[in-house]
Design a protein around this ligand. Structure first.
Ligand code: NAD
Length: 367
């Protein structure tokens, strides 16, 4: 390859474009710029998939261009709502063919938890990037398989941790990292809501992988890690069940858990399907505290410290998340708090340890 061609490729300009008249050259460059939009297919057109699709209408760097669904009527509905061409529509039998579709960059899985791993492996094998909803998988072993498969295929694996881009959250994290709260030695995370319909997949162990911990407790697990900026070295946990009919064997209703960190910091958290409006983070340091309530809901998030309220404009979490994920995948941007498969895996390792601690009553050492 000639030096000139290498230079032009690096500059993002094709030799063909250079040989075209000026206007065509411009439009070729424009096309290349337009290509810097992340083209997304959503898999699983349920409640959260719909929320993401609506939020993406306001994205600058990400665009909904395709769907994967087992329900033909939903596909036609989404086609007309979001202008999705038939060639970008798949079902669960056909979506491996996405490998031959140059117009889709990434598949965003908003399906029940147990489907994340098998579908991730198929998406990666098709050479497309993957975004998985939380929890990334049912356990750490599955998570490791996903990370390895995406690495092997050379595709990104990101997890839909929308709070990692939320402005008030990021301000508390900045303060903590800057030492403005002093040495942060205690974190409390409370995550819960009263779950309705007993027949839903969230209460089915095969599909959910557990109960409240997999669904909502993960926010406290993940929040502990980004608020303290450390990885836990031990876990203890206790379970309570008031309704064994609704919460069957292997489906946790309420779990309290504690974590210890290398600095000596400790966290005390609650995950429950039995209490409403439970969504609070509290971080205390030697110089002061930061508190957030609600801390992980769709917002507006409320946060305050010893200095008073933290004021930031409310943003639709999923809009910012998808624009930022586009920058990560297309420009190699490094987020303040990671959202990659390794990050998803770290939470799964802790959740495995929490379940083990519940079962054995023992303190579980990590790492
Ligand atoms: P949902 O039940 O509303 O939607 C799930 C979709 O998957 C449905 O369209 C359903 O038809 C489809 N599906 C495909 N195969 C299925 C099967 N075998 N069984 C059942 N459904 C099947 O659920 P949801 O609330 O949209 O949750 C989907 C995922 O998104 C979960 O992993 C959940 O944890 C996650 N989620 C994340 C957030 C967040 O804030 N990040 C919020 C809600 C849900």
């Amino acid at each position: 390859m000639t030096t000139r061609r290498i230079f032009l490729q690096k500059a993002g300009i094709s030799t063909l474009a250079l040989s075209l008249p000026y206007t065509n050259t411009l439009s070729a460059m424009q096309t290349e710029k337009e290509d810097k939009i992340l083209r997304v297919a959503i898999m699983g057109l349920g409640s959260y998939g719909t929320r993401v699709a609506e939020a993406m209408k306001d994205c600058k760097r990400a665009k909904l261009v395709g769907v994967v669904s087992g329900t033909p009527s939903k596909i036609t509905d989404w086609q007309s709502k979001y202008g999705i061409p038939a060639k970008n529509c798949y079902n669960y039998e056909t979506f491996d063919q996405i490998k031959d579709n140059p117009d889709i960059d990434v598949v965003y899985m908003t399906t029940p938890n147990s489907l994340h791993k098998p579908h991730c492996l198929r998406i990666a094998a098709a050479g497309k990037h993957v975004i998985s909803e939380k929890p990334m998988a049912l356990n750490a072993a599955e998570g490791r398989e996903m990370v390895a498969a995406c690495k092997k295929a050379g595709v990104h694996l990101l997890v839909g941790y929308r709070m990692h881009f939320e402005p008030k959250t990021l301000e508390v994290v900045r303060m903590q990292r800057a030492g403005e709260l002093g040495e942060t030695l205690f974190f409390q995370g409370l995550s819960g809501f009263i779950i309705g319909d007993p027949t839903q997949w969230r209460l089915n162990r095969e599909l959910a992988g557990g109960g409240s911990m997999m669904d909502i407790g993960i926010y406290s697990v993940n929040g502990t890690r980004y608020m303290l900026g450390e990885e836990p070295i031990w876990v203890t946990a206790q379970e309570s069940k008031t309704d064994p009919v609704k919460f069957k064997e292997g489906v946790d209703e309420t779990i309290t858990f504690q974590m210890g960190f290398p600095s000596g910091a400790m966290a005390s958290c609650l995950s429950t399907y039995a209490l409403n409006n439970l969504d609070k983070f509290f971080l205390n340091g030697t110089k002061g505290f930061a508190e957030m309530q609600p801390s992980t809901g769709y917002g507006p998030i409320k946060a305050w410290t010893k200095n008073g309220p933290i004021e930031r404009e409310h943003v639709t979490h999923q809009t910012v998340q998808m624009d930022e994920m586009a920058a990560i995948m297309l420009d190699g941007k490094k987020p303040v708090i990671p959202v990659d498969g390794e990050e998803g895996l770290k939470d799964l390792v802790i959740i495995d340890a929490i379940y083990e601690a519940v079962k054995t009553g023992e303190k579980v050492m990590l790492g």
